[in-house]
Design a protein around this ligand. Sequence first.
Ligand SMILES: Nc1ncnc2c1ncn2[C@@H]1O[C@H](COP(=O)(O)OP(=O)(O)OP(=O)(O)O)[C@@H](O)[C@H]1O
Ligand SMILES: [Mg+2]
Length: 223
Amino acid sequence: MNEPLLKAENIVKEYKAETHTVYALKGVSLSIMEGEMVALMGPSGSGKSTLLHILGGIDIPTSGKVFIQGKDIFSMDDKTLARFRNKNIGFVFQFHYLLPEFTAVENVMIPLQIYSNREPRKEAEEILTKLGLKDRLDHKPSQLSGGEQQRVAIARAIIGKPKLLLADEPTGNLDGENTKRVMEILKQLNKENKMGMVIATHDREVAEYCDRIIFLKDGIIQG
Ligand SMILES: Nc1ncnc2c1ncn2[C@@H]1O[C@H](COP(=O)(O)OP(=O)(O)OP(=O)(O)O)[C@@H](O)[C@H]1O
Ligand SMILES: [Mg+2]
């Protein structure tokens, strides 16, 4: 049996407030194989964003381990982890975090600056065009609608062709047509590049594109 692309072992996340503790994740274990496309579903507050952040090494668990391609990501120092993340993981945040001073195409080019053998602007323009943003390439985030910003954030996350894509409600602000557009592109990347994906979503239609669904409730995987 192949080694999983991503393996999480007994992830616990507690947020300590002054008077009480929030148990956001209560022991989550999962494996994602290379080329697997998985939907992460569950009610608001069930821990989806928290889990994705931890799987991507953006947040640290209270206890538990995450292995990506067999590497224990929380045993790395900050610099090594940042480099590992840039190379292997694409992240779409629930609130997209585009750089306000840069245009759409520039935001998308950023992850490619580390590859000397690629053509960042051309590739960024191509991917934004596929996402229906051909006429918005030179707009800054403040000049884009919420759904347009979301698609720019998706383009930025996938342009480096990461092995693993972690997407937090990537279609949350999109209409049916653009949801379809985004999901078709993700499915294509999943198939052609064997990109492994975990996609948090409230949308059944998005989950339909995935190979399986992980349900989270109150910080625990169901079933
Ligand atoms: N920084 C924080 N401090 C304290 N509690 C937090 C913090 N971040 C998240 N939580 C709590 O952890 C729980 C899980 O939150 P999380 O954002 O992971 O949920 P979610 O499943 O992504 O919800 P949604 O579908 O609304 O995006 C919630 O109860 C939330 O209030
Ligand atoms: Mg969330």
